[in-house]
Design a protein around this ligand. Structure first.
Ligand SMILES: [Zn+2]
Length: 322
């Protein structure tokens, strides 16, 4: 079926009260902008437009189930996750509405928005206190625009006394103070830009669901380089001849392994799952077996996989942008 023929709408879906909540939060902080929220093909705010594209699959339980089946996770599928993403995208939308990022003081605080935009190649410093933490993977460090969106999201989430306490002693507090100043400056002022083109609007997408998912699965199925064989041999070096095949052991623990990897690396489940699958196939081809006492092996394998995923995240082979 074509996406435009699905007939999905924000109204009467679970998204409606969540957008309402976003609007209420904006009202409570004295912000007059109400970004146009529409169904698109993924989470983003169109360049220069004060709008938020919410992926269409969130508008219907059956589409959410399909997304889960195809991509193994549903980005923004829970109430809290959805609200976090809405606040983040709202940061971009408000920047577009008031053109904040063209101001000199904005650039002094966040850097030049003309910086190379490559959210898939940034190298975060996990302990940096110069950036707020809202979405996973230290996403504020991806680009000045993301830094602003994340800072705005934190500003919107917490009352001023709460974010002041939470970020006490952090350099990021300067950014929060600046956002606070910006927002009081424009409080009650309507933005110069209020509307714009809805990019990738779901009701105009003529591609079919099948083609849409083939494309996305291809995008997130990273092509991991084939340097694992030597590593796998080292990890399974104490395997007993005739012991349980390594691939069988991995299949048995696959669920737990993938769950913890996703939790601690912040990587997409589909990508992690494909990596584990690929390693299982290599283990089978190499006829690796497990030792009698596998506890050490479990730790080693999990650490190895976590480092693979993390290295790829830092070195830019993963595509992750919001
Ligand atoms: Zn963003």
């Amino acid at each position: 079926m074509r996406i435009c023929d699905l007939g999905v709408r924000v109204e009467h879906s679970e998204l409606s009260p969540r957008i309402e909540q976003l609007y209420n939060e904006l009202a409570a902080r004295g912000v007059s902008l109400r970004p146009d929220c529409y169904l698109g093909d993924e989470w983003f705010s169109p360049e220069g437009v004060p709008a938020i594209s919410i992926p269409f699959y969130l508008a219907h339980p059956r589409l959410k189930a399909l997304e889960l089946h195809q991509m193994l996770e549903v980005e923004g599928g829970t109430a809290d996750w959805c609200q976090m993403l809405l606040r983040h995208e709202c940061g971009h939308a408000i920047d577009h509405a008031y053109r904040f990022s063209s101001r000199d003081d904005w650039r002094e605080i966040f850097g030049s928005p003309e910086a190379e935009y490559a959210p898939e190649t940034y190298t975060p410093r996990p302990y940096s206190k110069s950036f707020v933490r809202h979405l996973p993977n230290w996403y504020a460090q991806a680009h000045p625009d993301e830094d602003f969106a994340e800072t705005f999201a934190v500003w919107l989430t917490f009352a001023p006394e709460d974010w002041r306490q939470r970020y006490h002693g952090w350099k990021a507090l300067e950014k929060l103070d600046y956002v606070h100043k910006l927002m009081s400056e424009v409080a009650g002022n309507s933005p110069s830009i209020t509307r714009g083109r809805r990019i990738s609007e779901a009701r105009k997408l003529r591609t079919t669901l099948a083609r849409h998912y083939t494309g996305r699965r291809k995008l997130y199925a990273e092509d991991f380089p084939d340097f694992y064989d030597a590593d796998l041999r080292a990890i399974f070096e104490n395997g007993e001849p005739g012991g349980e095949p390594a691939a069988t052991m991995m299949r048995r623990h696959r669920g737990a392994l993938i769950t913890s990897l996703v939790q601690w690396t912040g990587q997409r489940k589909y990508t992690v799952s494909m990596l584990v699958r690929k390693l299982m196939l290599r283990c089978r081809a190499l006829k690796l077996t497990t030792p009698k006492d596998p506890v050490l092996l479990y730790f080693e394998l999990a650490s190895y996989l976590a480092s693979l995923v993390t290295n790829h995240l830092y070195t830019g082979r993963f595509k992750r942008s919001v």
